[in-house]
Design a protein around this ligand. Structure first.
Ligand SMILES: [Cu+2]
Length: 107
């Protein structure tokens, strides 16, 4: 019985793995009216660089509260923002093009 219990615990541990598709990155690129990666994984309080490869102006703006906001980043320019100090998932958007969306994963 002990062996069966151990096997069950092992299976549970394996099933609990993190299969979230996330990219460890401290930079975000805006290109073709999309964020790359769209779901960047960063550390709490990390400074994130945002490069705008489009000709249009874009922003990275948290959708809830004023957690973070790059302000306007002109085409070909770059900006920065600081990740929240609290772990969590933070949806963001380009305020000028609301169809540009992403989620910052802080952990
Ligand atoms: Cu935009």
């Amino acid at each position: 019985m002990l062996g069966a219990t151990a096997a069950l615990l092992l299976a549970t541990a394996c099933a609990d793995g993190d299969n979230e598709p996330a990219t460890t990155s401290s930079s975000i690129t805006m290109e073709n009216f999309a964020f790359h990666p769209a779901n960047p994984e960063v550390r709490p309080g990390e400074k994130i660089t945002v490069a705008n490869k489009d000709s249009a102006t874009h922003t990275v703006t948290a959708t809830e509260g004023d957690t973070f906001d790059t302000g306007n980043i002109s085409g070909g320019d770059s900006g920065t923002f600081t990740a929240p100090s609290q772990a969590g998932r933070y949806a963001f958007v380009c305020t000028l093009h609301p169809n540009m969306t992403g989620t910052l994963i802080v952990r």
